[in-house]
Design a binder for this molecule. Structure first.
Ligand code: SIN
Length: 350
């Protein structure tokens, strides 16, 4: 028995030595050069997190940005995209950005209003009425001032992307103003949106985008406001199949980076990023229109979905009911932004 144990022990030692020799563990010479590793030390990775599907205006814009930046930098900058809230959701993506856990996000304007209340100006209903005005405003002076406010929270604001106009999707029709009464309406977390639904006698419920589908399944909400592309890409219409084309508000994205990360980039890389965003800006706005148009056609072709248009008279009733919201913004949030926005829309500011 003693001989057997000693023999086994010696055999194991010999096997370990032979294995280590084959694996070069005792070798003092350097490993051969692997040219796939070349340049990896210099590579810059931008982790870009967002909460919507890839086949949406924001999802497609993130992909386009990646393509342009990687091409212009000859692969020195890599953009890694995490869609569908797979990494961070509405509630934690801004913190993740500020802590540099990701370097880039593009939340909706509404979701920034808790941190920067002035931003509620772009959540006000029935101010921006068509795509030309929307483009003017998102590329204009007010938007620049709003992006500038991000500096105070360690964030570099880069630009705004667009996802068009919000509509009302519900389980039973909401056309006349009285039909809002008592309805539990899912909206993005924004005080002014809360105020809007209070004025309409509804019950506003603020939730993260990631839970809308399950909230609908569990019947804890009766309706929501969103763009057609968000409704269609997440199949919300399978549960909320009554859609009113109200165009009452806009949904836009603030594209932003961690400020320290931005500051650590060489000027030529910063230029590649800003040039890429500038180059794709018109394309992004066209895509937003296109996605919403195409997705509406799919919904119209679906016989289970009812689409309603607001006639002028009904729309005016909505507007009248919502009238106090403008003085609420001016009295409680900011007395200048709304006037500036109206001036900008009326083209009085160059
Ligand atoms: C998004 O478009 O990023 C989400 C919008 C929402 O939360 O409704």
């Amino acid at each position: 028995m003693k001989f057997f144990l000693t023999g086994s022990f010696i055999a194991i030692i010999i096997l370990i030595v032979l294995f280590s020799y084959r694996q070069n563990i005792f070798s003092t010479t350097a490993l051969p050069y692997d040219d796939e590793q070349q340049g990896l030390d210099d590579q810059i990775t931008i982790h870009f997190s967002h909460v919507v599907a890839e086949n949406t205006p924001k999802g497609a814009a993130a992909e386009k940005f990646k393509e342009l930046v990687e091409e212009k930098s000859n692969g020195k900058v890599v953009v890694q995209i995490y869609p569908n809230g797979m990494l961070y959701n509405d509630e934690n993506e801004l913190d993740a950005l500020r802590e540099n856990k990701v370097q880039m996000i593009a939340p909706t304007i509404s979701k920034m209003t808790g941190t920067l209340p002035n931003w509620q100006v772009l959540d006000l209903p029935f101010i921006i009425e068509n795509n030309e005005q929307l483009k003017l405003v998102l590329n204009g002076q007010i938007s620049k001032s709003l992006l500038q406010e991000l500096e105070g929270i360690n964030v570099k604001g880069l630009t705004f992307w667009n996802n068009g106009f919000k509509q009302i999707a519900s389980t039973s029709p909401i056309i006349d103003i009285e039909q809002f009464k008592g309805k539990r309406i899912r909206m993005m977390a924004s005080d002014i949106l809360h105020e809007q639904y209070k004025l309409l006698d509804a019950k506003p419920i603020a939730t993260s985008f990631g839970v809308v589908y399950s909230d609908l399944q569990q019947e804890v909400v009766d309706a929501q406001e969103n763009t057609i592309s968000n409704i269609y890409s997440k199949q919300f219409h399978t549960m909320e199949n009554q859609i009113t084309l109200s165009n009452h508000g806009i949904l836009a994205y603030a594209v932003m980076m961690n400020k320290d990360f931005w500051g650590s980039l060489d000027a030529d890389i910063q230029k590649i990023i800003t040039d890429s965003l500038a180059e794709m800006q018109d394309w992004q706005f066209e895509q937003a229109e296109e996605f919403n148009k195409e997705d509406l056609l799919y919904l119209k072709a679906n016989s289970d979905v009812q689409i309603y248009e607001l006639d002028v008279e009904t729309k005016n009733e909505w507007k009248e009911k919502l009238q106090p919201i403008y003085s609420h913004y001016e009295n409680h949030i900011n007395e200048h932004y709304l006037d500036d926005l109206l001036d900008e829309i009326n083209n009085r500011i160059e």
